[in-house]
Design a protein around this ligand. Structure first.
Ligand code: HEM
Length: 389
């Protein structure tokens, strides 16, 4: 009996040694990885990022040293930082399909219905169909133009409210006003009217986004069960997502009722369009209520915070540089010659070169959401002479 056990142990040891030897002998071709800063065991490159007041600026400083394609390791996650126009073009145009997936960490996974949504979905037939719906139905030129009146009314309301406060010499919280104005516009474009659940939705949404804005242990060490237990961000995100789902389901339910009553504005909003496509059932993917919830969650996330963050930074930078503000104001006044209400047609007819430069500069300095939408490489490829695994 003892001999049998010894024999079994010897066989196992032999198998382990053979497999180790095999892996040593069969050497994989060495990859020419992009350069990057020195790493520490376990945390990788994180110490280079957290010692700076801003993670984005830390990445910029490192990229200036290591080049436009730079390899970092965020905990367990190998991360390629792409920071020149040529490198960005290579990833998002030349190798667009190779990099079509997005990195789904634990928190984002929870928020995006395990990557079954539009933005974080895996490349494939569903990925293609959801983009087709978005491009041809939801964000087509005709659809965007059809919301022109809503945008003009909301801008006018926003400006009137600002003017009234200025007239009364009152202090305003411009960030809050901008956020409200952008959200009101999106909600009206989605359901055709204002929404009684808006504050609740925004609260849940803001809390959800906050869970994704920091480097959390569950996301940095995806293979560690302990870190998954210790990480609170995915659990908090799940609570927010459930709240958001309940609100969107209720909104969809009310939209169906409004459409049944024949309300024209309900039919014309983004949710109305999706419900029509659901009824027609002519798409290769089934447009369930869950898919509509995921699409609306994505569009709101993609379109609202980005726009209000950009506007906020434009105004902040203009206030910090009064000479730039004066130049931008002079250009706007010259272009519209005292008009008090400006339409999108007026905008299309004006050049506003300086104002456009101001917006581009604000986007360059304070790009909204850059770390939230990373792409993921689907197969090893070569970019600018480096191997990207
Ligand atoms: C200042 C405003 C905005 C900025 C800075 C911005 C920025 C971005 C960035 C950087 C991406 C990732 C692109 C990529 O990986 O190739 C993206 C994706 C996306 N954006 Fe925007 N965006 C803005 C406004 C909007 C608006 C208003 C909408 C629509 C309501 C929108 C809808 C989307 C969608 C659907 C995607 C995902 C596309 C895909 O995965 O194929 N964005 N945006």
């Amino acid at each position: 009996m003892e001999e049998k056990v010894l024999l079994a142990v010897a066989v196992v040891v032999l198998l382990v040694v053979v497999s180790k030897l095999k892996s040593l002998l069969v050497t994989k071709p060495k990859l020419n990885l992009p350069p990057g800063p020195w790493t520490l065991p376990l945390i990788g490159s994180i110490h280079h990022l957290v010692t700076s007041p801003s993670i984005y600026r830390a990445m910029r400083d490192l990229a200036q040293k290591h080049g436009p394609l730079m390899m970092l390791r965020l905990g367990e996650v190998p991360t390629l930082v792409v920071s020149s126009p040529e490198a960005a073009q290579a990833i998002t145009k030349t190798y667009d399909i190779t990099f079509a997936d997005r990195h789904l960490n634990a928190t984002i996974g929870v928020l995006t219905f395990n990557g079954t949504d539009l933005v974080f979905g895996t490349y494939g037939e569903r990925w293609r169909q959801l983009r087709k719906i978005t491009v041809l139905e939801l964000l087509s030129v005709a659809r965007v133009q059809s919301f022109q009146r809503i945008r003009e009314e909301e801008v006018a309301r926003f400006m009137q409210s600002l003017a009234a406060s200025a007239g009364a010499g009152a202090t305003v919280n411009l960030s809050k006003m901008i956020s409200r104005f952008i959200n009101d516009t999106f909600v009206r474009e989605s359901i055709g009217s204002r929404c009684k659940y808006q504050d609740d939705y925004l609260d849940a949404f803001d809390t959800a986004v906050r869970q994704t804005s920091v480097l959390t242990v569950a996301d940095l060490f995806p293979s560690s069960r302990l870190m998954q237990i210790l990480g609170t961000a995915p659990r908090n995100a799940l609570k927010c997502r459930n709240r958001i789902t309940r609100i969107l389901e209720q909104i969809i339910h009310e939209q169906v009722e409004a459409m049944d009553r024949g309300e024209k504005t309900a039919h014309e909003g983004l949710i109305g369009v999706l419900l029509r496509l659901q009824k027609e059932a002519s798409l290769p993917v089934e447009l369930t209520n869950d898919t509509i919830v995921a699409l609306m969650f994505d569009l709101f996330g993609a379109g609202s915070d980005t726009s209000s963050t950009t506007l906020n930074w434009c105004m902040t930078e203009l206030m910090r540089y009064p000479a730039t503000m004066a130049k931008a104001q002079a250009e706007v006044r010259e272009a519209f010659k005292g008009k008090t209400r400006i339409t999108e047609d007026d905008l299309a007819g004006a050049e506003l070169i300086y104002l456009k430069l101001v917006i581009k500069e604000a986007l360059r300095m304070h790009c909204p959401l850059p770390l939230l939408l990373p792409r993921q490489c689907r197969e090893t490829c070569q970019v600018m002479g480096y191997d990207i695994p």
